[in-house]
Design a protein around this ligand. Structure first.
Ligand SMILES: [Zn+2]
Length: 327
């Protein structure tokens, strides 16, 4: 019987060999779900569900995926990632939304390889000119995003990558000009750099990529939303992989707190037709983060982490080796 189920699951496999697009789907609350036990068997994971605590874990050598029921947060190895919909319990089954399986888990667990090489990277220092970005006393976000971009550019060039920057001076730029600039320059990736601000005590790094069609953004609470597709959604699988490699590298190399890999519909992400991410590299309003953001030595460390994340993405997507993805 088990063999038969496995055979049926294999038959159900989609043509690119990763996403179980034809696995049995269940509609609940207007969204489509897979049974997590079927999906995890298909994806080569052991499933453990502790019904008392609500803890759900998928594991296989080198990878651990931990969910909590009723939460959109999933932990993949040491990264916090925000799903669009929490897991759902139906009878004796845990269900995962098909949008999260297809646009978050699949692209990270089975990264698409053999893609075009990354030769040109567009760095986008947030804000500039009349647009100061966030303000902390006399410190302006626009100054620190540009300083960071220049440090990243040095490191990418040393690694043989051509860098184009949406601005190299304190210049006002429209949001729509930024992805358009990347397109004109023939860039392969778009990386927008920002710093955050809110009440004191909130700290940590956030890495964003574009929300999939049909769901709300992470900071709007996730869930279903009548939102259509944007040009950036053509790169859904690459967007999340690039965001994940950057997020992972920043966490490993800087010690910044992890506020998660999130989804948003920032204009620069909506309009980018190449894999694109937006990094919020800490909070200017938090004394611990601010001390790092304004510190040249820490900025170099952050720049190296971002350059390393880009290089890791380049290795995975262009080498044909998929085993690197979530170490
Ligand atoms: Zn900003």
């Amino acid at each position: 019987m088990r063999v038969l189920v496995a055979a049926l699951l294999l038959l159900a496999a989609s043509s690119h060999g990763s996403s179980p697009l034809s696995l049995e789907r269940v509609i609940a609350y207007g969204s489509s779900y897979y049974q997590l036990n079927q999906w995890s068997a298909f994806s080569g994971f052991q499933l453990r569900w502790d019904k008392k605590t609500g803890f759900v874990e998928l594991s296989k050598p080198g990878m651990r995926v931990a969910f909590a029921l009723n939460s959109r947060k999933v932990r993949i190895n040491n990264q916090n990632i925000l799903l669009s919909l929490p897991l759902l319990v139906r009878g004796d089954n845990v269900m995962i939304s098909s949008v999260d399986a297809q646009t978050t888990l699949d692209p990270l667990i089975f990264p698409r390889t053999g893609g075009p090489d990354v030769k040109i990277v567009c760095l986008d220092p947030g804000h500039g000119g009349r647009d100061t970005g966030k303000i902390d006393k006399f410190n302006l976000e626009k100054k620190y995003t540009l300083l960071l971009a220049k440090e990243i550019a040095i490191r990418l060039k040393l690694a043989g990558i051509k860098v184009v920057m949406t601005r190299t001076t304190d210049q006002t730029l429209e949001l729509s000009d930024r992805p358009e600039f990347a397109r004109r320059k023939g860039a392969d990736l778009f990386v927008s750099l920002h710093y955050n601000a809110t009440s004191p005590g909130v700290r940590g790094v956030e890495v964003y990529c574009l929300s999939p069609a049909g769901v709300a953004s992470s900071n709007d609470g996730g869930g279903r939303a009548p939102r259509g597709s944007n040009p950036g959604n053509m790169q859904n699988s690459r967007n999340i992989l690039l965001a994940s490699e950057l997020h992972k590298s920043i966490l490993q190399n800087t010690g910044l707190e992890d506020r998660g890999l999130k989804r948003s519909r920032f204009e620069v992400l909506r309009e980018a037709r190449i894999p694109a991410v937006l990094i919020e590299g800490g909070f200017m309003t938090d004394s611990m983060d601010a001390a790092k953001i304004y510190n040249p030595a820490f900025r170099k460390k952050m720049a190296q982490a971002i350059a390393d994340g880009i290089l890791s993405y380049k290795r995975i997507t262009s080498s044909g080796s998929s085993s690197q993805a979530l170490k």
